[in-house]
Design a binder for this molecule. Structure first.
Ligand SMILES: Cc1cc2nc3c(=O)[nH]c(=O)nc-3n(C[C@H](O)[C@H](O)[C@H](O)COP(=O)(O)OP(=O)(O)OC[C@H]3O[C@@H](n4cnc5c(N)ncnc54)[C@H](O)[C@@H]3O)c2cc1C
Length: 301
């Protein structure tokens, strides 16, 4: 790791935790992915911003992750630095109905915090296994709710290490899309406006949605959630099922028998196995229906 010696000294200097040759399969819900050259874990915004500035000044390749629950990393790993935000996990109530939290806070922790403060509006997110930053990045949604409905602003760090803010309108939210899609900005915190509610109702709704997930989704296997985006006018899972692809496998990856919208890692799947299943599903569905399935899972080489 000679090439990174200077970067390690920099990390030591700002007391930023790092590890070299971090196995990405340990940091993704798919449990797939080779080694990243380096993974860093900034635990405050100052460290995050200094690291981003340093990395850009030295033209080092990098990528940000939260819980890695929407990611498929290559078996060859990642040549560069992974900025893992899970240690950026502060959360606070700024007024009676407004929560501000750092981007590494898990959605589970956020939903519990909202519940503790009798705030409604986030129940849909209970059970999505990501972080707030990842959810705000791609407008995560479920059961009729989406981040768009609650996020009022996001703070982010620019490549030169400056802090900036996008307001709700500037976020340009759409289906699994935001202003951040395809841009090199790292969300550092997210502010959400909720409504006062009854704790009993909030809890009941969270419980209902969680049991629906347990009933319908193959949560007993590693996956990255829905493999494909919902094509307009269709459901990806239904198209895959109608084409007889439930159970279709390549190596250790398989179209779930329980929910055809999920590809599961049932037996030490490689990234190549998953890509094989994805390609076959796309090809088969396109040939029989003319519908193009666009992956929701983000593949990183
Ligand atoms: C069992 C299961 C069920 C799921 N159910 C749902 C569901 O109901 N609805 C839904 O929408 N999704 C669902 N998902 C997918 C996933 O949990 C969400 O997309 C989640 O929001 C991703 O968050 P993350 O922290 O894991 O992001 P990651 O997977 O770590 O990253 C995803 C993308 O966001 C970017 N990113 C992450 N953090 C930041 C940041 N702070 N700043 C800038 N970019 C960032 C990454 O670079 C990457 O491009 C499910 C996944 C699983 C495994």
């Amino acid at each position: 790791m000679k090439a990174y010696d200077e970067f390690f000294s920099f990390c030591d200097g700002i007391s930023c935790r790092y590890s070299n040759f971090a196995l990405l399969s340990n940091f993704t819900t798919f449990h797939i992915g080779g080694k990243a050259d380096v993974m860093i874990f900034p635990d405050n915004v100052e460290k995050l911003s200094s690291a981003i500035r340093y990395i850009n000044e030295h033209s080092i390749r990098y990528m940000t992750i939260g819980k890695g629950s929407n990611l498929l990393f290559s078996d060859e790993g990642f040549k560069g630095v992974i900025i893992n935000l899970v240690d950026l996990d502060g959360i606070e109530l700024i007024d009676e109905t407004t929560i501000r939290c750092q981007s590494g806070v898990s959605l589970a922790k956020l939903c519990r915090f909202a519940f503790d403060n009798s705030l409604t509006g986030l129940e849909f997110a209970y059970g999505i296994p990501g972080c707030v930053g990842g959810a705000a990045f791609m407008n995560a949604g479920a059961y009729g709710g989406e981040m768009k409905n609650v996020v009022v602003s996001c703070d982010h760090i620019t490549p030169d290490g400056k802090s900036e803010t996008f307001s709700g309108e500037e976020l340009d939210y759409g289906y699994r899309h935001s202003v951040y899609s395809g841009r090199n900005l790292v969300i550092s915190s997210v502010t959400m406006k909720l409504e006062k509610g009854e704790q009993a109702d909030i809890k009941a709704q969270m419980d209902i949605l969680l049991s629906k997930r347990k009933e319908k989704q193959p949560l007993e296997f590693p996956s990255a959630g829905s493999t494909f985006k919902r094509p307009e006018g269709y459901f990806a899972g239904a198209l895959i099922e109608q084409n007889g692809l439930k159970g279709y496998s390549v190596g250790g990856a398989r179209v779930s028998e329980k929910h055809a919208g999920f590809i599961i890692n049932f037996n030490n799947a490689t990234c190549k196995d998953v890509l094989g299943v994805i390609d076959h599903c796309r090809k088969t569905v396109f040939e029989s229906t003319g519908v193009t399935l666009e992956p929701e899972v983000i593949y990183v080489e």
